[in-house]
Write a protein that binds this ligand. Structure first.
Ligand code: NAD
Length: 448
């Protein structure tokens, strides 16, 4: 099938590459000229396992095309995805200007029937707005006889395993009441739907809400665990024992109940906020979601407050080794990453950071630029040089079994602030460390 994707970011690029891989002909449109130029030269703007090979291969074989020419893109695709960003507006609601811009662009150029798919995460009612935007322009063009459908098809990929998730999705949600759309969507996704039927058809509004509900549920699980972790800490319990204890209940399960230094990324913070605003606008108080957000904002202050306690409010002249910058492992995405809160707190208080991340170094440099109090180094060992203490913000595999004897020899103080509960507190105590973790016994004082 001929497909066009507007917005070649995490979602658009991965979806386009995966659709091309199974045989569809995909045209990728973005307004970022440099990004398009780079993609044509095989330079992939994001780190995502398996993505580079897929993009390069399908670009070479002609099934994947990159252009800034929107008219060409609209002409090519019978099915057109909108996969642009929906960042938070000033009040936290989703800013739809990029989505509606694309809708208008499609309407300006379309001259035959199109299926327009909202893949971006958009509030309930956005399909109606896209429909209105397209219709307005078709009217101006005297072209109301051109048929089109607006469909919601939210994306559930996880950064870090995006290619795998798109290749074998758990579910494919389609919001549309049209039999024509259902047949086309079945044809489009047929290669991903062979094992069993993963396609769930529903009305547009329910599809739009499903995406927010899924992300808000996951964010709620994390904030719930962080709240219990903070309670465990004050009560002298170990959240890691509690986690295993509750995870063994099949109704709860082990997934997504890890305590930590707060959730980040491009989705959970903005989607929780956006659903709170959606509720506000219709006069409904989303009390649970408000608490989820509040708990998370507090949790991001957890490491700063432990630093403050340990160093008696004096970080001036101290250097901190920081392992992990991305908001989670296997991505270079730094959006809303807890590491940013930690670094900015250290800098505001006169300290320095020596940071290492397997993939997010370039992104860190792009965000913060060259500065005297940020030293980006090439290995986790190098980060420890001249550092007073070690801080861990991301649970990359390479941080999970370090040489603790070697670390102790290098650090000025044998102190670790572990935002991801990677180590055994008793073992670290035996090795002479002061170890602060998230909700593990009396980690406020570093004693167990
Ligand atoms: P992104 O910021 O990585 O990419 C968006 C792209 O859209 C950019 O390259 C930008 O240049 C381009 N763009 C903006 N306006 C355009 C226009 N008029 N025409 C063509 N291109 C345009 O965003 P993302 O992370 O891929 O997210 C896209 C959407 O998918 C968001 O709504 C997000 O919430 C949702 N989503 C993201 C993830 C994720 O893990 N990143 C997962 C599921 C859903």
């Amino acid at each position: 099938m001929n497909i066009t994707v507007f917005g070649i970011g995490y979602v658009g690029l991965v979806q386009a590459a995966v659709l091309a891989e199974v045989g569809h002909k995909v045209s990728c449109i973005d307004i970022d000229e440099k990004k398009i130029e780079n993609l044509r030269s095989g330079i992939i703007p994001i780190y995502e396992p398996g993505l580079t090979d897929l993009v390069v291969k399908n670009y070479k074989n002609g099934r994947l095309n990159f252009t800034i020419n929107a008219a060409e893109g609209v002409e090519h695709g019978d099915i057109i995805f909108i996969a642009v960003g929906t960042p938070p507006d000033e009040d936290g609601s989703a800013d739809l200007k990029y989505v509606l811009n694309v809708a208008e662009t499609i309407a300006e150029h379309m001259n035959k029937r199109k299926i327009i798919i909202n893949k971006s995460t958009v509030p309930v009612g956005t399909a109606d707005k896209v429909d209105q935007a397209v219709n307005d322009i078709l009217q101006k063009r005297n072209a109301v006889d051109i048929n089109y459908d607006v469909v919601s098809n939210p994306e559930f990929l996880k950064e870090g395993s995006a290619v795998k998730d798109c290749m074998s999705p758990n579910r494919i949600i389609i919001g549309s009441n049209s039999a024509y759309v259902e047949a086309k969507m079945r044809e489009l996704y047929e290669p991903f739907n062979r094992n069993h039927d993963k396609m769930i058809f529903m009305d547009v509004r329910s599809a739009e809400l499903t995406k927010y509900a899924a992300n808000c549920m996951l964010a709620t699980k994390i904030s719930f665990m962080n709240e219990i972790a903070n309670l465990a800490e004050l009560l002298g319990a170990d959240i890691e024992n509690v986690r295993k204890g509750i995870g063994s209940d099949e109704r709860i399960g082990y997934h997504f109940i890890y305590p930590g230094c707060g959730y980040g990324g491009s989705c959970f913070p903005k989607d929780v906020q956006a659903l709170i605003r959606t509720a506000d606008k219709i006069g409904f108080e989303a009390a649970l979601l408000q608490s989820v957000e509040k708990v998370n904002l507090n949790q991001k202050q957890k490491i700063p407050s432990l630093l403050d306690k340990h160093f008696n409010g004096n970080l001036s002249g101290k250097t901190f080794a920081l392992w992990g910058l991305s908001f989670k492992p296997n991505t270079d995405d730094m959006r809303e990453a807890p590491s940013r809160v930690v670094m900015e707190y250290i800098w505001a208080n006169g300290g320095k950071v020596r940071a290492y991340d397997p993939e997010a170094m370039q992104e860190t440099l792009r965000i913060y630029g060259q500065r005297g109090d940020l030293i980006l180094v090439n290995s986790k060992e190098d980060a420890l040089q001249e550092a007073d203490a070690l801080i861990i913000c991301t649970e990359w595999q390479v941080f999970k079994a370090p040489d603790f004897d070697a670390i102790r020899k290098v650090l000025t103080e044998a102190t670790i602030f572990d935002g991801r509960n990677l180590y055994n507190p008793l073992k670290l105590k035996e090795l002479g460390y002061t170890y602060y973790a998230m909700g593990r016994g009396d980690s406020v004082s570093g004693q167990y």
